[in-house]
Design a protein around this ligand. Sequence first.
Ligand code: NCD
Length: 310
Amino acid sequence: MQHFVTTRDITRSDVEQLIAMAEWMRQSPRRSMRDRLLGGVVATLFYEPSTRTRLSFEAAAARLGASVISAENARESSSAKKGESLPDVFRVVGRYADVIVIRHFDESELAEAVAYSPVPIVSAGAGSGEHPTQALLDVYTLWREFGTVDNLHICFSGDLRYGRTVHSLLRVLTLFDGVEVTLANTPGLELPVVLADELRSAGLKLHEESDWSVALAQTDALYQTRIQRERFDPATAMSEAEVQDSLRGIGLKQLALMKHGARILHPLPRVGEIDPAVDSDERAAYFRQVENGMFVRMALLDHLLKEALQ
Ligand code: NCD
């Protein structure tokens, strides 16, 4: 695996190896990890806001002994502001760092620029396209909570149209056996048709369920997401009230409809779609999910950097 900007090319064996590595790193004494990537340099370039993704990558690097160089508001504070192209950014930063972790607003610009980088590029989210490392931490979470990903029934709710975490996770789920997916659509924010077709061709069982209570009662794992308001086209955007009315979220009433062994995941940030009253329930897995992100990113950095550091 040279670059990691999409979940299209990943294999089940790649995912399983990264999960095994993340789990091993989590169980290992912290001190035994701290020199693994000593001398390595990780660059984090963020052209869109982030809390978890950037900090978990930086924490992952720190725990493995690598150093971090960072442009956390790159759209404003880097030479992008002067009009520098992404290929040039990679040519330059790739001469300082051994791996570049980038969050960018344009999926195709990123995909095209990757070829110009002398070092591995890891996407930390690209526009409304993909968020591949989030998908890794999401499946790692499913695996930890259920002991397997095969045969799970997973319900997606919120913004399936612009939610890049949804797109990447669905692609990874095609690698597992017998996974069933229910789409609890928010009108106007359905999964892009091309993606739905691609997933069905890859063998994923996808169906829609308009009755929220029915969807909740069937599901093993609910993947709740927020509405990506910042990605709406202002010309056609629905009003705040319209979206809020049709959004399916989780409060204690909805929680009561879910199976006892079910789990709720959310990539976070949440902005109203999960009532904090749900947090203390064992089924709320979203903060455990956050922690899994750091370990899976440690595993990925280790995989990408080990050779460069030989
Ligand atoms: C997500 C993202 O940036 O796509 N956040 C994250 O990385 N955990 C989800 C979101 O912003 O809604």
